[in-house]
Ligand binder design. Structure first.
Ligand SMILES: [Zn+2]
Ligand SMILES: [Zn+2]
Length: 122
């Protein structure tokens, strides 16, 4: 696969990041400063090649993260802030699903909606 310089740079930014990034954030970090639509096309390309994944919540922007990472998301419905953790709690549930639906799971995405520390009452 041929990766151009800026695609490589964008992939590097995403792989180094400890949290998922929006296109806007990636655009700001990228030292090659391609225009915004170039960043967007590169993200689309990397996602089609399964090198990165994306997720979006309600009306919020898309967040991109490395396919090598396994994230679960906490989404604040009040301020739109997201947090991630990688403690995976799915294996019991996957056994249950396999037994009951004969469904072979290859991946899962969990996100929890609620209120973050700043937004919750009291
Ligand atoms: Zn919040
Ligand atoms: Zn998991």
């Amino acid at each position: 696969m041929e990766l151009t310089k800026w695609r490589e740079e964008i992939l590097k930014i995403i792989e180094k990041s400890k949290k998922p990034l929006t296109a806007e954030e990636i655009y700001k970090i990228n030292k090659f400063k391609p225009n915004f639509s170039t960043v967007y096309r590169a993200l689309k390309f990397l996602e089609e090649k399964n090198l990165i994944k994306s997720i979006s919540f309600d009306k919020g922007p898309k967040y991109f993260y490395s396919s090598k990472k396994h994230y679960h998301f906490l989404y604040c419905t009040n301020c739109g802030k997201i947090e991630v953790f990688n403690k995976c709690i799915a294996s019991q549930l996957e056994n249950f699903i396999y037994k009951n639906f004969k469904f072979q799971i290859t991946d899962h995405v969990f996100y929890f909606k609620g209120l973050c520390e700043n937004c919750k009452e009291g």
